[in-house]
Design a protein around this ligand. Structure first.
Ligand code: GLN
Length: 491
C-alpha cells in the first residue's frame, strides 16, 4: 500500500479492523511523511515511537476483536496540549524544555481510544495569532502555493495542524479555538475543523490563553473524521470547572446531510461593504447547496456583530494577562537570573526573554484594560457587549436552526504580509469571533478554490450543544462542494 497517508481516519480505522493493512504500516507511512515534510515546520517535536507503539497495540488486539474507536489511527497533537513526558511549549521560549508530568484530558481520551501520537504540532505562540508567525520555533509554511510562488500562511493559531493535515503529514489533529484558531487555518488549507460548544471538551492540561473562550476541537479532511475525533475528545471532566456535564452524542452515527425541516439563517451583518467578491460568490453557492439539501434559507440580523472584534480583543488579552502571570521563571521552563539579581529582577528578565512580541502586546493590553482606572471603561463594558452578542444569537434562533457565513475574509496571505500591522492580522477573525464570544459550536468546511487556486472555507454556526446540526449541515456542504483539491507536493 503506497498511499496509506491519503486515507481518512474512517478508512484507516476500518482498514485496520478488516486487516486490509496493519496499523504499523500506517504509522510507518506517516512517520516517513513527517520526516519528508520538515520543510513545512509543522511539527515542533516528532514522536514516531509513540505512533508505532499505539499501532502495535492495535495490531495485537485486532484478532481478539478488542479494537477501540481510534485503534491504529496516528494523530498530530497541537503543542498547546500537555503530554506526559513529551515537551509541551505552546510554541514559546518561556516553556521551552517543559516536560509535563501529566497528560491533558483531551489527549488522554484520544490515547485511551487507541490513537497514537505522531508529534507535537507548531502553533502561534500561546495560540495568539492568525498566521503561525508568532511561534518561537519559526513559522509554519502552508503546503499550498499560488502563482506568486511566495510562502503562504497556513492560518493560525492551529497552523501546524492545518498544514500537516493538508500535506498528509497526519490524517487528523487536535486544534484549539479561542477566536477562530481551528476554523481559519482549516479554511486557509482546504480542510475541515469544528470548535464545539464551550465546555464540551475539557480544558484541563491545555495551556490557557483566554479561559472563558478557549475550546479544543478537531481538524481533519472530512466532516465524518471530525465527528469521529470529536466523539473521542468530548465529555465531562470534573477537573475543569467549566466542563459541561452533558452526555456526548454519537455524532458519527447521527450524520445525515438531509436538511429537510431545517432553517438556515444568513446574517446580513456578515456582508460588509468591500467583502471579497469571490468569498461572496462562494457564500451564495453555499446557500444554494443548503437549499438543495432541503433547508429553508432566511435572512437574519445579528446587530452587534460589528462590536465582536473589539470586544474579543479586550476580553482575550485581559484573560491572557492573568493566565500568563504564572510564567515567572520559578515553576516551569525558562529562568533568566542575571548575576546578583533579586527575585523581581528574575521575574522581569525571564518574562522579557521568554515571551514574544505579540504575547507581550496582549499582556500589556490586558493589564491595561484590567487596571483599576480603566476596568469599568474597557473590561466591564466588553463583558456587557459580549452578553449582547450572545443575545443576538438567541434572537436569531427564534427564526433559524443554523447560520451560514464565510469562515475568513480572505484566502491565505503571504507570510510576512500582515506581520507589521496587528490590526490587519486581527481582522482575520471577524467572522469567527462572534460564535466564540457566545460559546457556540461552529465548523469550517472547504467550499472551493479562488481564482488564484487557493482554498476558501464556509462556516456553519449552531445552537449550544447542537454539534450534530453543525456537522450535518457541514456534511451537506461537503457533499455538494465536492472539494478534492490538494496541494502539489513541493516539499
Ligand atoms: N487569531 C485570534 C487571536 O489571535 C484567535 C486565536 C485563537 O483562536 N487561539 O487571538
Amino acid at each position: 500500500m503506497s498511499d496509506l497517508t491519503n486515507l481518512t481516519v474512517a478508512e484507516i480505522r476500518d482498514g485496520v479492523a478488516a486487516g486490509t493493512f496493519s496499523a504499523r504500516e500506517v504509522a510507518t507511512a506517516f512517520n516517513a511523511e513527517v520526516e519528508v515534510g520538515r520543510k513545512l515546520n509543522a511539527y515542533i517535536v516528532e514522536t514516531p515511537e509513540k505512533a508505532l507503539e499505539a499501532a502495535d497495540v492495535a495490531d495485537a488486539v485486532r484478532k481478539s476483536g478488542d479494537l477501540k474507536p481510534l485503534s491504529g489511527v496516528p494523530l498530530g497533537m497541537k503543542d498547546l496540549f500537555c503530554t506526559e513526558g513529551v515537551q509541551s511549549t505552546a510554541a514559546s521560549h518561556i516553556l521551552e524544555g517543559f516536560t509535563p508530568t501529566y497528560e491533558s484530558t483531551v489527549s488522554a481520551r484520544l490515547w485511551d481510544a487507541g490513537a497514537g501520537m505522531l508529534g507535537k504540532l507548531n502553533l502561534d505562540q500561546f495560540a495568539m495569532g492568525s498566521s503561525n508567525e508568532t511561534s518561537y520555533f519559526g513559522n509554519v509554511v502552508s503546503p499550498w502555493r499560488d502563482a506568486s510562488g511566495k510562502d503562504l500562511a497556513p492560518g493560525g493559531s492551529s497552523g501546524g495542524s492545518s498544514a500537516a493535515i493538508s500535506a498528509r503529514l497526519c490524517p487528523a489533529a487536535t486544534g484549539t479555538d479561542t477566536g477562530g484558531s481551528i476554523r481559519q487555518p482549516a479554511a486557509f488549507t482546504g480542510i475541515s475543523g469544528i470548535k464545539p460548544t464551550y465546555g464540551r471538551c475539557s480544558r484541563w492540561g491545555i495551556v490557557a490563553f483566554a479561559s472563558s473562550l478557549d475550546q479544543a476541537g478537531s481538524m481533519a479532511r472530512t466532516v465524518k473524521d471530525n465527528a469521529i475525533l470529536l466523539e473521542a475528545m468530548a465529555g465531562f471532566d470534573p477537573k475543569d470547572a467549566t466542563s459541561l456535564d452533558a452526555p456526548v452524542p454519537q455524532w458519527e452515527a447521527g450524520l445525515s446531510s438531509d436538511l429537510k425541516g431545517k432553517t438556515v439563517g444568513i446574517p446580513k451583518e456578515y456582508r460588509p461593504d468591500g467583502l471579497n467578491p469571490e468569498i461572496e460568490a462562494l457564500w451564495d453557492k453555499g446557500i444554494a447547496w443548503l437549499k438543495d439539501a432541503g433547508a429553508e434559507v432566511v435572512e437574519v440580523s445579528l446587530p452587534h456583530t460589528q462590536y465582536a472584534l473589539p470586544t474579543y480583543y479586550i476580553i482575550a488579552p485581559a484573560e491572557a494577562s492573568s493566565n500568563l502571570a504564572r510564567y515567572d521563571g520559578v515553576r516551569y521552563g525558562l529562568r533568566d537570573l542575571p548575576d546578583g539579581a533579586g527575585l523581581q529582577d528574575m521575574y522581569a528578565a525571564t518574562r522579557a526573554a521568554g515571551f514574544g512580541d505579540e504575547v507581550k502586546r496582549r499582556i500589556m493590553i490586558g493589564t491595561y484594560v484590567l487596571s483599576a482606572g480603566f476596568y469599568d471603561a474597557y473590561y466591564t463594558q466588553a463583558c456587557k457587549v459580549r452578553a449582547l452578542i450572545a443575545r443576538d444569537f438567541e434572537a436569531a434562533w427564534e427564526k433559524c436552526d443554523l447560520l451560514l457565513t464565510p469562515t475568513a475574509p480572505s484566502a491565505a496571505f503571504a507570510l510576512g504580509e500582515k506581520q507589521a500591522d496587528p490590526l490587519a492580522m486581527y481582522l482575520n477573525d471577524v467572522f469567527t469571533v462572534p460564535a466564540s464570544l457566545a460559546g457556540l459550536p461552529a465548523m469550517s468546511v472547504p467550499g472551493g478554490l479562488d481564482s488564484a487556486g487557493l482554498p476558501l472555507g464556509l462556516q456553519i454556526i449552531g445552537k449550544a450543544l447542537d454539534e450534530q446540526g453543525v456537522l450535518n449541515a457541514s456534511l451537506a456542504l461537503e457533499e455538494r462542494a465536492g472539494f478534492t483539491a490538494r496541494p502539489e507536493k513541493w516539499w
